[in-house]
Design a binder for this molecule. Structure first.
Ligand code: TYM
Length: 330
């Protein structure tokens, strides 16, 4: 079976609905047809200064949420990026293939610097580590949200460059991005991407939120002064975001939702969105709590996942080291 791979950063206390709809739902669906590798990007998370205890907690929460949401750790490898140390090594090799100008043009880096975040060098080389994550597993597809598209492009460039310079060694991956769910917006400002690190709590639907909290946040979502339920991301960003969330979760076409809510107010739409969100998130709440209250089982899954990932990574690194001209260690 062809391989797929994806990761999420443990940079907040819970994943949010954007992570879930943009990526996690697809991770769950794709594991039937692919040999899947899903990891917690703990090394990437270190680009944001974090208390060690908090990072440990968030790493476990992120992994628990993968599993609670339906990733099956007995089929797909679920692991911590830092447990497969070859990621850092291949990241270095990717940095040596990347020009300074090319790295400087990455929008996520530019945005963070523009916002005045004091940028460390890790933030600058972030995309090269991400390329290493992907190329390590010869991933055919990478299921992510729209915000990762540029990172996928540089990964493809680096794979092609590596192959051109050193001979066919790495698989050039394709992004797997579904248009409807690729960019879930903040509830309080539907022109901004829902983000665990930038959005205010009221704008974020967390997978760990209590049902009432989720309902409250959805009911107070910012819409617009009109009353027509119509999908139009330019003119009606808030309403369109709610329609997109409903559509993906309920499997109903947006056009059918527009017809269903024709002549009804935004309140009705919000109530319906709250119902589908709760129906999606509620079933995995207890599994998440269970995995976190006694992390021994979770840690076993992570150890097992890392072991399986390390086998693939080891084979790739043997090929890569030989291709670039590093002497074999023994
Ligand atoms: P991260 O941790 O920011 O986000 C995890 C995943 O969630 C998606 N996502 C969204 N999708 C739709 N709407 C949103 N509002 C939204 N917010 C986040 C992201 O696109 C992503 O798929 N660099 C990556 C982590 C990473 C990675 C990798 C991913 C490291 N190495 C290798 C894939 C392959 C990141 O920061 O994602």
């Amino acid at each position: 079976r062809p391989r797929i791979l994806s990761g999420m950063q443990p940079t907040s206390d819970s994943l949010h609905l954007g992570n879930y709809l943009g990526a996690l739902v697809n991770w769950v669906g794709l594991q039937d047809d692919f040999d899947a590798y899903y990891f917690v990007a703990d090394l990437h998370a270190l680009t944001v200064p974090t208390d060690p205890e908090v990072l440990r907690h968030r790493t476990r929460v992120t992994a628990a949420q993968f599993i609670a949401a339906g990733v099956d750790p007995t089929r797909s490898a679920v692991f911590c990026q830092s447990h497969v140390t070859a990621h850092a090594e291949l990241g270095w090799l990717m940095s040596c293939l990347t020009s300074f100008g090319e790295a400087s043009r990455m929008t996520q880096f530019k945005d963070k610097v523009a916002k005045g975040q004091n940028a460390n060098v890790g933030l600058f080389t972030y995309p090269m580590l991400m390329a290493a994550d992907i190329l390590m597993y010869d991933a055919a597809y990478v299921p992510v949200g729209e915000d990762q598209r540029q990172h996928l492009e540089i990964t493809r460039d680096l794979a092609e460059r590596f192959n051109a310079r050193f001979g066919e060694t790495l698989t050039v991956p394709e992004p797997y991005i579904l248009k409807e769910s690729a960019k879930i917006m903040e509830l309080t400002d539907p022109t901004a991407k829902m983000s665990g690190t930038n959005s205010p709590d009221k704008g974020l639907l967390l997978l760990s939120d209590e049902p009432n909290r989720l309902r409250k946040k959805i009911m107070s979502a910012v819409t617009d002064t009109g009353s027509e339920v119509r999908f139009d991301p330019q003119e009606k960003a808030g309403v369109s975001n709610l329609l997109a969330i409903h559509s993906v979760l309920s499997g109903t076409e947006v056009a059918d939702l527009e017809a269903e809510f024709a002549g009804r107010g935004y309140g009705d739409l919000k109530k319906a969105v709250a119902e589908v969100v709760l129906a999606a998130v509620e079933p995995f709440r207890s599994r998440m709590d269970e995995l976190l209250s006694d992390p021994a089982e979770l840690d076993r899954y992570l150890a097992d996942g890392a072991e399986r990932a390390a086998v693939v990574a080891g084979a790739t690194m043997t090929r890569v080291r030989d291709a670039v001209g590093l002497l074999p260690a023994a």
